[in-house]
Design a protein around this ligand. Sequence first.
Ligand code: G3H
Ligand code: 13P
Ligand code: ZN
Length: 290
Amino acid sequence: MLTHIKELFQGDVVGKFAYPAFNTINLETTLGIIAAAEEVGVPIILETSEGAIKYAGLTTMFEMMATLAVKAKVPIALHMDHGKDVEQLKQGIELGYSSAMIDHSQSTFEDNVRDTKELVEFAHAEGAWVQGEIGKIRGTEDWVSVSEAGALLTDPEEAELYVEATKVDTLACSFGTVHGIIKMNGEAEAHVDVNRIKEVYDRVKLPLVLHGASGVPEEVIAQAIANGIAIINIDTELRIAYSKALRQSLLDQPQEVDPRKIMKPVIEAVKNAAIIKLKQFKTQKIVSLN
Ligand code: G3H
Ligand code: 13P
Ligand code: ZN
């Protein structure tokens, strides 16, 4: 069932478990993710980045996800991930995404607050939630040493000021993780500053979002959840599962020309990768919704 993200936070979530926010870019990834949620029997967040929207189109992605979510046996909330373009975020909210992330933390604090407030006013009037970002969550291209990275981490005091000024509903912070494949192929270690998560949570008391979470070890995920992380963004692990399975499927069926048969094991691989995350995050049902 298609669900507003706020419904997922009706019960006791923070400190106990996290919802995955899985990035999707196409039908097969979406089918795999939803099959995983149905098999485990828990709600999830499905999200699209600006890159996914550029690839497939805003309306195409929204309608595809919403159609599948309506039919799904578990609650599914739709979210716009890493939005730099405020006008596109507004269009998405008008279409029906119940949550949108504004990614303006590379701007000055003042500009980030101004732009976030603009989106929050629009979103709240439409009944949608906004995820703000404070601190600079790095991408693969921004890889620096852990000590240099310290300067990019979220300052808890700044997080409190940002939340007070903007009234965001969820908050993405830089706790030391990095987006993309770099930490999955042994080039760099994923680092999570768990004490900082607690410091930020104690000040803002909002569901905190951990980005760049692919490859973060299960025990670190458990500590992050215990200290306030309630949404965990995963893209790269699903991309890896997808690409490996696709390569294998083509090798296994060299004569096959029916893409549906080629893609079947790919959907299954995405599903299995997503199930691992749902178990690690201890994602639970919301009793009032089930
Ligand atoms: O955090 C970003 C997501 O992994 C989306 O990546 O911009 O390549 O679609 P993308
Ligand atoms: P990964 O690249 O670690 O999967 O992070 C995804 C993410 O943060 C999407 O917003
Ligand atoms: Zn992210």
